[in-house]
Design a protein around this ligand. Structure first.
Ligand SMILES: Cc1ncc(C[n+]2csc(CCOP(=O)(O)OP(=O)(O)O)c2C)c(N)n1
Length: 632
């Protein structure tokens, strides 16, 4: 039962609550978060850490008139609960349900959608400048974590905001953690500030205690000398003030009156941005999460598929570990995702050759390019969706100079519950257009090992995309093999139709061929393995002997694998054959279990077989020329 929470129909209802009611409400919110996220999966620890901060924000501000921009948006669950979305909270991250991030389409209380980090200050500054231009009067607040603050965009926005002469509030929610502990020189300053702040609080508490004891004043003086000797106070305000911000803090982000006071104070500052530095505890109020903020950063849904097979990320990390042992030139770079990429073990083994650069994909790529110029072989491990950030760095810094950088694109294709901001459905397109780039995708975890081995020997840019989740459970060869670049394999032959698939779609294509065989259709299957260069001789040979060719990819069709094959066939003047391209149409893939999404986009075995059967049926009815279909 959550009587108070259930009675909250919008932020207005918070303003009248007494301190004890607020405490009760905070407890009810935490219970709701724990119960819901345990089942739906999602970002638990980050949300537990912002309960009081969110309450304070909504008590002082007047949302949606005032705009609250949450960076990443993964910590907006409490905000959702307080802004009229509580009754739908059980649908969090479900197909058709509430997003796990902020979404403008979901509520007027979400003035900006997010999912990728470090955008909040830019977006909020844009809103503040729009407000000034329109002569309006409302507050704009960006809430950004110390992890997201490491991103280049955040620095670019601070740089602009600090001389913009506009009023804007930036709340730095400092819990010392990104997904793993925050890294970098800025985080070193923040760590020192947190230590000093905790030290000052301890000092204050000791003084208060001593004042109540007999001989208090003398003991107090003694403790003052003792504690003053321990260390000097760092002045965090100077850093921000020199950047053109008013600075308030550091303060306890779990103390609602303290945060409210700071917000009121910040609101009074006109013509200048203010940074409020709050210190919070990730996972606050739930012991397991406080003790393991990394493990409780993102939880899987309770009904997530289980498997004995290792995940692709684990096989990637095991392979990297072996490759690094064999070749001292290999270094690995992660942009704050060592946990998601399973690289923590590798970093422990090779602390000097694994670089966690913070949430800085652009920097990660150009850093790799720099390392490559000096004879190193960098493996840049970045999720497919986050490499979008570094498009120009891949093109300009790596590909133009043809540098031997290996891109390991985890979470490529459909990723599931994280939804449209996180689907890895564009990389085949945005990488295919870059000259010098080689692109491949393994059909299973064993092939992933061999492709990585191939990539570090390739001597040029090479991207390997692999999916989220467990492998197929195949045996892992003990000895790595170099796979010829641009060569695929014929997995099954059949001349009624040839399925040409890449990556995770290969498994579905093989199953689809079995389903088609039951209907009397003989389907051949090619594992293309390479999207660039394509295994052209194999594809053309099959195309010449097949009536139909169907391409399958977990990527948008525009500029993807299928469109490269269409160009190949056209260039080889194979024009009589009927071709269908299965993939994702011109849309963003929504959220939901991956299995369901694959079925919805016709990319599972049944969907592929269905597309082919219906094309065959309509072919029987009337003779169609080459068609490119997107199955929904
Ligand atoms: C561009 C980009 N890279 C990586 C991520 C993955 N990611 C999601 S949350 C997060 C950590 C954010 O840390 P922080 O801002 O401190 O928030 P906290 O969860 O600690 O409250 C990361 C790296 C992302 N969302 N966007």
């Amino acid at each position: 039962m959550s009587p108070l929470l259930e009675a909250i129909d919008g932020p207005g209802a918070l303003k009248e609550l007494t301190p004890s009611q607020l405490r009760q409400l905070a407890a009810e919110i935490r219970e709701k978060l724990i119960a819901t996220v345990s089942s739906t999966g999602g970002h638990l620890a980050s949300n537990l850490g912002v309960v009081e901060l969110t309450l304070a924000l909504h008590r002082v501000l007047d949302s949606p008139r005032d705009k609250i921009v949450w960076d990443v948006g993964h910590q907006s669950y409490v905000h959702k609960l307080l802004t009229g979305r509580g009754h739908r909270f059980a649908t969090l991250r479900q197909y058709g349900g509430l997003s796990g991030f902020t979404d403008r389409a979901e509520s007027p209380h979400d003035p900006f959608g997010a999912g990728h980090a470090s955008t909040s200050i830019s977006a909020a500054l844009g809103m503040a400048l729009a407000r000034d231009l329109a002569g309006e009067d409302y507050e704009v607040v960006a809430v950004i974590g110390d992890g997201a603050m490491t991103g280049g965009m955040a620095f670019e926005a601070l740089n602009h905001a600090g001389h913009s002469g506009t009023s804007l509030i930036v709340i730095l929610n400092d819990n010392g953690m990104s997904i793993s502990p925050t890294v970098g020189a800025l985080s070193r300053i923040l760590n020192q500030v947190r230590l000093d702040w905790r030290y000052q609080r301890v000092k204050r508490d000791i003084h208060r205690l001593l004042a109540r004891l007999p001989y208090g004043p003398r003991l107090r003086q003694f403790s003052h000398h003792l504690l003053s000797g321990v260390k000097g106070l760092l002045m965090p305000s100077r850093v921000w003030e020199r950047l053109g911000f008013n600075y308030i803090g550091p303060l306890d982000g779990h103390n609602i009156p303290e945060v409210e006071k700071a917000l009121v104070q910040a609101r009074a500052h006109r013509n200048k941005p203010t940074l409020i530095h709050v210190i919070t505890t990730k996972g606050k109020g739930y012991q397991p999460a406080e003790g393991d903020a990394v493990g409780f950063h993102g939880l899987s849904p309770s009904d997530a598929p289980v498997s004995d097979a290792p995940s692709y990320s684990e096989v990637f990390a095991d392979t990297v570990l072996r490759l690094m042992a064999e070749d001292p030139r290999i270094v690995t770079i992660t942009a704050a995702m060592s946990w998601g990429n399973s690289l923590e073990r590798v970093a422990r083994h090779y602390p000097k050759r694994v670089f966690d650069v913070g949430i800085c994909e652009q920097h990660a790529v150009t850093l790799a390019a720099g390392l490559a110029t000096q004879g190193f072989i960098p493996i840049v491990a970045i999720y497919s969706t986050f490499l979008q950030r570094a498009f120009d760095q891949v093109l300009h810094d790596v590909c133009i100079q043809n540098l031997p950088v290996v891109f390991a694109l985890d979470r490529a294709g459909i990723v599931g519950e994280d939804g449209k901001t996180h689907q890895g459905s564009f990389d085949l397109s945005y990488l295919s257009l870059m000259p010098n780039m080689t692109i491949c995708a393994p059909k299973d975890e064993n092939e992933l090992q061999h492709l990585l081995y191939t990539a570090v020997r390739a001597g040029r840019p090479m991207a390997i995309r692999y999916p989220r989740g467990h492998g197929r459970g195949v045996a892992l060869d003990r000895v790595f093999r170099e796979l010829p670049i641009g060569e695929g394999e014929l997995l099954a032959s059949g001349t009624d139709v040839t399925l040409v698939a890449i990556g995770v779609a290969v498994g579905a294509a093989v199953e689809a061929a079995d389903l088609l065989a039951q209907k009397g259709i003989r389907a051949g299957v090619i594992n293309a393995r390479f999207a660039k260069p394509l295994p052209a001789p194999l594809i053309l040979e099959q195309a010449r002997s097949s009536r139909w060719l169907v391409t399958v990819e977990e990527n948008v069709l525009a500029g993807g694998f299928g469109s490269s094959i269409l160009r190949l066939l056209k260039g080889a003047h194979i024009e009589g054959i009927k071709v269908e391209c299965l993939g994702i149409g011109d849309e963003f893939v929504e959220q939901g279990p991956s299995r369901l999404l694959r079925a919805r986009y016709g990319l599972d075995a049944q969907g592929i077989a269905r597309s082919i059967l219906s094309a065959f049926r309509s072919q029987k009815r009337r003779c169609l020329p080459g068609v490119a279909l997107v199955k929904r």
